[in-house]
Write a protein that binds this ligand. Structure first.
Ligand code: AMP
Ligand code: MG
Length: 335
């Protein structure tokens, strides 16, 4: 029977386990998402959720048709970046499985995993990645054996900004999908004028700031502008900043493919903006299925497979988590 790599994701709110065949065939993940009863995500509470959920997820994955433990050739896990207590749960599960199954352990960079699952799913060869998730917002491109960060958020991740705006108005986590629904509802009533709901536009060179737009959007609702109108304007401004920086990255690097990744890449408006920008300049925009945009174990398995096939593994004594791991810490040995 052909082998597979198991992947464990636990950087933040999601504990997820997925697998990929040695030929790159992706198998959907099984996930458990921590939803705080109120407020933002508390790392310790999320970690407790993950440790409570781990055995259920492992049982579910092992009961899947075609899954056999003796097919597992390597166990990959998110080594960073992320919330320390959450990362530690995934790392512990991965270490135990690797020792129990007597297969290599592969510690992987979560940000790079978003790129590799996107390349696998869309067939992109050498894209600029617009990585827009809860905690991260980066524009990334490969150069000289690394995925280099060309631009990024100067404060909070775009997803956290959307979630925080939503939470302020009683919308539970994840706020992004509901903001998208309200913005669509606003458009259906007839497009408002952007001039009536101007927000700060936080592009600073190749970097982006989101905290000013958040404060200002909350103030607009207080001033009496309907929530759906502010949601629409918030999306227009925030996504335009990301697409502008991504366009400049395409122009500077000479690359032609844009790949979206991270949970915010589920957003239809962001996808349309990215597609329009790329088509206007003779390029193309791509994104994986929604299940592979949000954090998932399959993407960790896919990067683990790439590394394993290059002979890269992580000794248990080197497998400590690294909450502040950077995208360009990881050398990229694979094609
Ligand atoms: P991740 O951190 O990559 O797992 O992605 C989670 C983030 O994606 C959360 O901040 C969500 O609010 C956001 N998100 C999910 N779906 C959408 C959507 N349709 N539009 C905007 N943001 C979204
Ligand atoms: Mg992520």
């Amino acid at each position: 029977m052909s082998g597979l790599v198991l992947g464990i994701e636990s950087t933040a709110h999601t504990l997820s386990i997925g697998s990929v065949g040695m030929d790159g065939t992706l198998h959907p993940s099984i996930s458990a998402v921590f939803l705080p009863e109120e407020g933002g995500i508390h790392p310790r509470e999320a970690a407790d959720h993950h440790s409570d959920s781990a055995s259920t997820l492992l049982t579910k994955i092992s009961e899947r048709g075609g899954f056999e433990w003796n097919r597992v050739e390597a166990v990959a896990f998110s080594q960073g970046p992320g919330l320390g207590p959450c990362l530690r749960i995934g790392a512990s599960v991965a270490r135990s499985l690797s020792v129990r199954l007597d297969v290599p352990l592969v510690g992987v960079n979560h940000c790079v995993a978003h790129i590799e699952i996107g390349r696998n799913q869309t067939g992109c060869i050498d894209p600029v990645l617009l990585y827009v998730s809860g905690g991260n917002t980066q524009v990334i491109a490969r150069a000289e054996g690394r995925y280099r960060v060309l631009g990024e958020t100067l404060d909070i991740g775009i997803g956290n900004m959307l979630d925080k705006f939503a939470r302020t108005h009683g919308i539970p986590f994840p706020g992004g999908p509901e903001i998208e629904r309200l913005a669509d509802a606003c458009l259906q009533e007839g497009p408002p004028s952007l001039d009536d709901v101007l927000l700060p536009y936080g592009v600073h060179g190749m970097d982006i700031a989101f905290s000013g737009i958040l404060t200002s959007a909350v103030q607009k609702v207080r001033d009496g502008i309907p929530l759906r109108v502010v949601c629409w304007s918030l999306q227009e401004h925030a996504f335009a900043t990301c697409v502008e920086v991504a366009e400049r990255a395409l122009a500077h690097t000479g690359k032609t493919e844009l790949l979206l990744g991270g949970g915010v890449a589920c957003n239809g408006r962001l996808r349309r903006m990215a597609q329009k920008m790329c088509i206007d300049r003779g390029g193309s925009a791509h994104w994986p299925d929604n299940a592979y945009c949000v954090d998932n174990g399959t993407m960790i398995a896919e990067l683990g497979r790439r590394m394993h096939q290059c002979g890269i593994s992580t000794r248990v004594e080197d497998s400590a988590i690294n909450p502040s791991l950077r995208t360009d810490n990881t050398s990229v040995a694979w094609a």
